[in-house]
Write a protein that binds this ligand. Sequence first.
Ligand SMILES: *Cc1c(COP(=O)(O)O)cnc(C)c1O
Length: 219
Amino acid sequence: MSIKENYKAIQHQLTLDAQLVAVSKTHPVSAIQEVYDLGQRVFGENKVQELMEKAPLLPQDIQWHLIGHLQTNKVKYIASFIDTIQSVDSEKLLAEINKEAAKNNKSIKVLLQVKIAAEESKFGLEISEAKAIFQHYIDGSFPHVEITGLMGMATFTDNEPQIRKEFLTLKALFDELNQLKPLKTLSMGMSDDFPIAIECGANSVRVGSAIFGRRDYSQ
Ligand SMILES: *Cc1c(COP(=O)(O)O)cnc(C)c1O
């Protein structure tokens, strides 16, 4: 199927209130422009370098989301133009984003990335850490960031009950934190599991290969 057909097919599977983040990592600017021309405005990249190369070549009204691990020393490169950083996996990183947002006289939206997968994943906060950071945020420690929600990735498996269980764990944390201070975004689900994620309460999904096709890392 073409990018256009893929994109339309995804849209049919989304609920009305679900936000689609089109994950364009490894794909060329021309493919991003094609999806932009179909009306998409929110795109996700996972590497700072790649994002910095592509963003200037594309329309200014794209809302860029960083969805990959972010090193603190690279926050300064994206602070001026990033819309949302979905991959906040330490308090140190959040403090750095707060600092760089202040320098740019803006507030940066972030999601706390929480480890929900059973498999050994390198990045993501433990639930207890996420709760602690959120409390410090409520207490006013990070005035230049807005924690708008949570992000998580399920285990890469065909075991649907397990995927569902992991998503529901994140949904439960979302509901709990939402009681303390209202949140907007629950980002979970990728090409292979986003319909399950939506059933489990996701209102934002990050879809790459189901729109752009397979990624070719050999280039
Ligand atoms: C690559 C990536 C996605 C999209 O993956 P697909 O399987 O291609 O949809 C979503 N979230 C994160 C964090 C990613 O790195």
